[in-house]
Structures are given as C-alpha cells and as structure tokens.
Design a protein around this ligand. Structure first.
Ligand code: BEZ
Ligand code: FE
Length: 646
C-alpha cells in the first residue's frame, strides 16, 4: 500500500516570497512566525517578515531541540493571545517540530520553510520531549499543509551542518529501503535521495557555494523526508532517538555517527537493499561507503566526540532493546553493545564478508595518470575505457584465471592474424562492435541507403572493370546480372561514382582465402555513367562461414553460435562531393536472415532495407547474353548523401 500525503511543495531558488501567497491560498490572514531565533537566519527571517507583511500578527523565536513540551506551551500562549490562524515556520527540524506540536494542539495549518535537510516537514510524525523522555506520535494534523523549499536559504548553511543534516536525510532513505512498509514508490524516491546525497556532499564540501549541489541536497531531503513520512523506520532511528532523548546527544550529528554502524548491523539481513544502496552511492559496499562518504566530507564519526560517556553504552543498549520494533535483523543486546562500541570509538565498520575492496582510489589514480595527455579526445577515451574496464572487472569479480584466459585468447588472435586473416576484426564483428561503430557513424542521414560493415575481405584498389563485364572468372554458379544505379538522396543520378564490388564464390570463399587462385576474382571497380548506372555479371552469392578455425570460432562454439553470414554482395561507393557508403545487399529468402538471435547473421550485419530481390529469370538476358536455365537479376538504387547535406 502506498498513501500519498496531502502536503504541497514549492521548490526552487528564490521561492521564499511565495510564503504569503501560500498562506492566503489556505484562506488565512493571521500568521504566527515560528523560528529558533538563531542569528544565522536573521536576514532570511526578516525577508520572510517583509513577504508576509500585514498577515504577520505574532512571532515566537524560542524553538528548541527535541521539541520540549514546556516550550510548546509558551508558544501556545502567544498564539492564543493574537488569535493566530496560520503557522509559518522557518528553520531546521526543531522549528518544524514546534510548528507541528502547535498544529496538533490547535489544528492550525502550517507553511514550513526548511533551512536544513531534516525532512520532517513532509512527515506526519512529531517527536516531543517531556521530562527528558521522547514521545513520538503520528497524526494527519501533524503533516504540514505546505512546504516552501527555497534553495537560496540553504546557501548559508555551514558545511558541517549541511553534512550532518544531509546524512540525516540519507538515513531516512536508507531505512526506507529496508522498511517492511517499503513500496516501489518509496524505493524509487529513496534511491534517488541516496544518489543525490552521495554526489552533492563532496561537491558542497569542496565548494560550499555550489548552488547545484545545494539544490540536489535539498531535493534529496524532500525525497527522503517523504519516505520517512510514508514508511516506518528501523534500528537506526530508534537508536538515534534513544541517544538524543536519554543522553542529550545532538540530533543530526548522532545520525551521522550511527548510520554506517546501524547499516553494518542490518546488512546481513537486508542484503538486497544494501546492494541497491551501494550502487546508488557508487561504492562497493553500503555501510563502509556511507562511512567513507562521511569521513570524506569531514563529518563526525565517533560518539565519544559528541560527548557520550563510555560508561553509558550499556544503558543505551538496554534502552534500545527494551521495546520491540520492526527491523530487518533481530536486535540482541550483545549485538547492539558491539554496534555502539564501534560507533563510540569511530571505527570504520567491517565491510560485509565477501564484499569487494574499494577500488575507487586505484581507478582514480590510473585516470589521473592521463592528466598530462595533450589530446583531449584521447584522454576522454582512455579515461572512460579504464573506468569501464575496472567496473566490468569488479562487477563480475573477475578471477586471475579468467583474466589469464582472456589474455591467452587475445594472444592467439594476434598469432593467427596475417595480411589476409584478421582475427581482431572478426572479434569486433562477432561481438557486434563493428555494427555499433557503423551505426554511430553512418545512421544519421535520413533518405540514404543503410550502411553495413566492411568485413575483413575488402582489398583496396580492385581491378577496374567495364560495364557489363563478368567478374566471376572461372567460378561457376547461378549467373547473376546486377543493374545498379547510384543517386543522391533526392534521386538525382550520381555520375562518376567509383564503386568497388566484392563477394564470395559458391563455396563461400573470397579469392584472398584461396592461395592457389590467380586472383583477383569476384571483385572489381566500376565507375557510374552519366545516369549513375553500371551493370555487371557475376554469380549468386551463398551463405558462408566466417573463418572459425581460430579463437573467435572457439568463442562462437562455446556460446552455441554458428559462424554463418547471410548471402550478400559488398559495395563500397566513393563519389566526389558525397559521403562514402560501405554496404552490402542481402539475398531475400537467403539463409540466416531470420530467426532468433544467435541463429541469424553471425556478425549482426543485416538491415531490412538491404535485403533485396535477386529475381529468378530464364531466357535471354537484357544485354543479349544467352543464359542456360535460371539466372538472377539484381536491380538496386543506392542513395548516397551529398556532403552539403551532411
Ligand atoms: C564479410 O562479409 O566479408 C565478413 C564480415 C565479417 C566477418 C567476416 C566476413
Ligand atoms: Fe562478406
């Protein structure tokens, strides 16, 4: 079940003045402004007063941490004296807490202007303290009606506070992900919040004025707060409340210290959530990832630095286990004592057993080694190659043996490669890489014939041939007459286009694969006439296996793939003032054109518009050549791109 709270949010930079309109939208005219009187917010509070203008009838600036009931009662007196009908609060969690405490007692609507990342402004939960004990309750009246998130108000939030407040938001997102009430909606919000905190905190730490990072963090607070309002929290929140309520530890700092340890405790029982968190953090392991993030941005990591006495750890463990509450992992007193002890000392939590080591420093160092590269494109390509390779290796937990095998494979590919046998091109082809490069380079001009991969059997500078000549030499097969035209994308004939043609024989071999052959055969160069045309005779191509007696062939058989290419003829067209076109024409009805992946063309080279009729004919050919039996007619118009159109 997922219930959406009824609150309204206004988000953006410079939204503060909209508070007046929001109060009016609620039909209110007598506002009490609530704050904690902190000097840091004096200017913004003054601007808010100005914006509220004559709606402002009362003010209370004594909000205090943990929302003590006595303070709420003082504020209630002021509220009643002035016949207030709307609460506007500017500040962090304490101020929001006071507004909520007033709202639950008076049913007045609230407009909250958060200046930290507490997130409580979007929850229906109120935690108050009476005589030092924290009491938490949830009610619809507690949920503020409207929140005005003004990124500009958070610009002045000092980095240490931004850090602890941001980790507080992170804690809501983390516990939402393993909450029994989690829904796909809260999961999505929580993961985005985790990622936003992880990317913004380091930026903000290094440059506190970075508005984008501030905005990211405020957005994370909103998302994480919404999760907090929608699902129940676990061990981490319970522990923090206990430590705050019973030992007076500061709220956000306590969250910051406890979170990695609570996560490490829960990790064995919430491995799926931890994996998702780790991915969102961009870290190999979630608890240590959070700990390292906090350390990176200078946040507190030890309870002892927050003033907690070591002697109090046992009592804290008792309190935290005294009432049962939902948590992924069973809470044991010994377990919690260990957790608190680690947190008290500020130890880095243990990465989960079997967790990957943190490879980021190594990857970063390799990437930094390209800093001196003068060619920015080369630097970009190497940087991304290293990141992708490292990440591939880590994601698959590649073993030394597997890496040795990969190197042996490449070595074998190198050894078998000669002038006429290019195993690396075969590898690129059979992994679809050649087709990817081809698609990126050549699929961007509409109205032109699709390109296809070059393949390893092209030989530059084939013999020039006359129109109508036969390129099949002594090879036998079904005669084929090709009647080809080259036009531009508007259908205008391209005269003087140089067209190289090559294909295999009936047994599936190219001339270069037959050492005893006196070639070149089945390859030639034609030049188009004034109509952009040329014709030639050849034989019908058949399907053939790509060379599969090397490492690529072994790879194909290891994955149950066949090595066959669908029957085709290759064309390479160069015309002055036009984009070159490398392509192939496939015989409609030929083998390996259809079927499931792995049963089709072995190099992923077929495109629909390149499948064409090689029409069966009998009788004399149009050029008067006598032909016995069936022959085939291939008529095709290639449309190539004019360079000015590119
Ligand atoms: C070819 O069509 O000639 C070809 C393409 C890729 C690998 C082997 C051959
Ligand atoms: Fe081919």
């Amino acid at each position: 079940m997922h219930t959406v709270g009824p609150s309204r949010a206004v988000f953006g930079a410079g939204t503060l003045p909209q508070v007046r309109g929001e109060a009016e939208r609620l039909g209110r005219s007598r506002v009490m402004l609530v704050s904690d009187g902190a000097p840091a917010l004096r200017k913004d509070t003054e601007r808010l007063r100005d914006a509220l203008g004559d709606l402002l009838v009362a003010e209370f600036d004594g909000a205090a941490m943990h929302t003590p009931v006595e303070v709420t009662e003082q504020a209630l007196t002021v509220l009643r004296e002035h016949d207030v009908d709307c609460l506007v609060a500017i500040g962090g969690g304490s101020t929001t807490g006071l507004a909520k405490a007033l709202a639950v007692r008076t049913d007045l609507p609230q407009v909250i202007v958060p200046t930290t990342y507490a997130g409580s402004e979007v929850t229906p939960v109120l935690g108050e303290t009476r005589n030092g004990r924290k009491i938490t309750r949830s009610a619809p009246e507690i949920l503020p009606e409207t929140v005005v998130y003004d990124v500009e108000l958070t610009l002045g939030l000092p980095v240490p506070m931004a850090v602890t407040s941001g980790v507080n938001a992170l804690a809501h997102a983390v516990e939402a992900l393993y909450s029994p009430d989690a829904t796909p909606v809260t999961d999505a919000m929580a993961l985005e919040a985790v990622a936003a905190v992880a990317r913004s905190l380091p930026v903000l730490h290094d440059d506190p004025s970075d508005q984008e990072a501030r905005s990211d963090l405020l957005l994370a607070a909103w998302l994480a707060g919404t999760c907090l309002g929608a699902v129940g929290m676990g061990l981490h929140h319970k522990l923090c409340h206990t430590l705050g309520g019973a030992f007076g530890l500061p709220h956000a700092e306590t969250h910051t210290v406890i979170l990695p340890h609570a996560m490490a405790y829960n990790a064995p029982a919430a491995s799926e959530a931890m994996d998702r968190i780790a991915r969102a953090l961009g870290a190999p392991d979630a608890p240590t990832g959070v700990f390292d993030l906090i350390r990176r941005v200078g946040g507190p990591t030890a309870l002892r630095d927050l003033g907690m006495a070591e002697a109090d750890l046992e009592r804290a463990a008792d309190l935290a286990t005294s009432q049962p509450y939902p948590n992924p992992r069973e809470l044991t007193r010994t377990g919690l004592t260990g957790l608190l002890r680690d947190a008290w000392q500020g130890r880095r939590p243990q990465a989960a057993a079997g967790a990957l080591p943190d490879l980021r420093p190594l990857t970063d160092e390799v990437v930094a080694s390209f800093d001196g590269c003068a060619d920015p494109r080369l630097r970009q390509l190497l940087t991304d190659l290293v990141r992708t390779l490292h990440s591939y290796t880590a994601r698959n937990d590649l073993t030394p043996l597997e890496w040795q095998q990969a190197i042996a494979f490449l070595t074998e590919a190198g050894h078998i490669t000669t002038v006429t046998r290019q195993e690396f091109i075969l590898l690129s082809d059979t992994l679809g890489m050649s087709s990817v490069v081809d698609a990126l380079a050549n699929s961007r001009t509409p109205d032109t014939t699709s390109s296809a991969i070059l393949g390893p059997f092209y030989v530059a500078g084939p013999p020039a041939a006359d129109h109508g000549s036969d390129i099949a030499g002594d090879f036998t097969g079904t005669p084929m007459l090709a009647d080809i035209q080259v036009t531009d994308q508007d259908g205008e004939p391209v005269a003087g286009a140089v067209v190289d043609v090559w294909q295999s024989n009936e047994d599936g071999f190219y001339d270069v694969q037959l050492p005893d052959l006196d070639g070149p055969v089945l390859r030639a160069r034609f030049t188009t006439d004034a109509d952009g045309r040329f014709t030639f005779w050849s034989i019908l191509p058949s399907e053939y296996p790509i060379p599969d007696d090397g490492p690529v062939g072994k790879m194909l058989s290891a994955v149950g793939r066949h090595p066959y290419r669908a029957p085709h003829v290759h064309f390479l067209i160069n015309a002055p003032g036009h984009q070159p076109l490398i392509t192939q024409l496939f015989v409609r009805g030929g083998a390996y054109l259809d079927g499931v992946p792995g049963q089709r063309d072995a190099v992923f080279g077929v495109k629909d518009d390149l499948i064409t009729d090689f029409t069966p004919r009998t009788g004399p050919a149009p050029d008067g050549r006598p032909v016995d039996g069936e022959w085939r007619l291939l008529e095709f118009t290639f449309r190539i791109a004019r360079l000015d159109q590119h």
